[in-house]
Write a protein that binds this ligand. Structure first.
Ligand SMILES: NC(=O)c1ccc[n+]([C@@H]2O[C@H](COP(=O)([O-])OP(=O)(O)OC[C@H]3O[C@@H](n4cnc5c(N)ncnc54)[C@H](OP(=O)(O)O)[C@@H]3O)[C@@H](O)[C@H]2O)c1
Length: 298
């Protein structure tokens, strides 16, 4: 049977985004691979087809660090020609840990990619999301500070205009400043999710922030010094043990009968936040396949 629902996944060329694309293609979604480099998108599509020959896929060029590119991708998505768009997974991410870099628009690159590009994409696509729908923002646990997040420095929140402007940012150009910028961009994902959930009102679209936990073997640490990347590689080899590190043990299983929905039902939705109230319908889906599980109710 041809797919009846489409999902857009940003950063689908590697890491988590690619795995989510594999699983959703297998689950008969039409998968739009949002990738900044068409050749990496094509390679991802080929890999997915190797695993699921009947997969329904398309590669859409989308550079989250360019607002014009995001606008162009959003208008291509609004024109139709595919099953209705029921889900958006805002997954693409970078962590500039080496100096300060700027996006095509001159904004600080980590904040631009992780927050600004996705914020614009969601705003432009929201009216085109069919009900029931789901918007997932892949965030992290780094907003919780070093004790709960593998020693990661806590975010430094400020007016988003300052966070976007490297010349006026409260964070410096050191590696620590780079990690603070990453944590801050992920906090922005959480704030966006809460506000989105509030604004969705009665629409049957849920918003979730999703923390995948520590994934040491993805490309996210590509900007780190070699010695740190080696530590990550070693951690990857012992991945089951990683669950014992502080900041990694944040994968509560859904309790029996617990709703996996977020959004307007709970006044916000941020899977991965600790200390959720027992009746909070969020914070329930935190496994590596959590994004895919979230889709079951769409
Ligand atoms: N790894 C972890 O421990 C961890 C923990 C918590 C949260 N996360 C989050 O999980 C998400 C996925 O990261 P990952 O670990 O899977 O890392 P990854 O392997 O580096 O994947 C990141 C993806 O984002 C894409 N991307 C980067 N900049 C982009 C841009 N300007 N426009 C479009 N796509 C862009 C990359 O594309 P290219 O192939 O073109 O580079 C790649 O497909 C991120 O949001 C990250 O913050 C990761």
């Amino acid at each position: 049977m041809p797919p009846t629902k489409s999902v857009v996944i940003t950063g689908a060329s590697s890491g988590l985004g690619l795995h989510v694309a594999v699983e959703l293609a297998r689950a008969d979604w039409h998968v739009v691979l949002g990738c900044r480099a068409p050749e990496r998108g094509a390679a991802a599509a080929a890999l997915i087809r190797e695993r699921s020959p009947a997969a329904s896929l398309e590669v859409l060029e989308m550079d989250l660090a360019s607002l014009d590119s995001v606008r162009a991708a959003a208008s291509a998505l609004a024109t139709g020609g595919r099953p209705p768009l029921h889900a958006l997974v805002s997954n693409a991410g970078v962590q500039v840990a080496n100096g300060v870099r700027r996006s095509a628009d001159g904004h600080e690159l980590t904040f631009a990619t992780n927050h600004l590009g996705h914020f614009l994409l969601i705003r432009l696509l929201l009216d085109h999301v069919a009900e029931p729908g789901r918007v997932v923002l892949v965030s992290s646990g780094t907003h919780m500070g070093p004790r709960h997040s593998f020693g990661f420095p806590a975010p430094v929140w400020a007016d988003p205009a300052l966070l976007a402007d490297p010349d006026h940012s409260p964070m410096d150009a050191t590696g620590r400043g780079g990690r603070q910028r990453y944590a801050t961009s992920k906090l922005a994902n959480l704030y966006t999710t809460y506000e989105l959930a509030r604004r969705l009102g009665e629409r049957r679209i849920t918003a979730n922030a999703f923390d995948p936990g520590l994934m040491p073997l993805t490309g996210l640490s590509r900007d780190y010094p070699t010695r740190i990347r080696r530590v990550y590689e070693a951690l990857g080899a012992f991945s089951p043990l990683i669950l014992t590190f502080p900041g990694s043990r944040r994968r509560p299983r859904p309790r029996k009968g617990q709703d996996q929905r977020g959004g307007h039902h709970g006044g916000g939705s941020a899977s991965g936040l600790r200390n959720r109230k027992a009746d909070d319908p969020v914070g329930s889906v935190l496994t590596a396949h959590g994004v895919v599980r979230l889709m079951w109710q769409v």
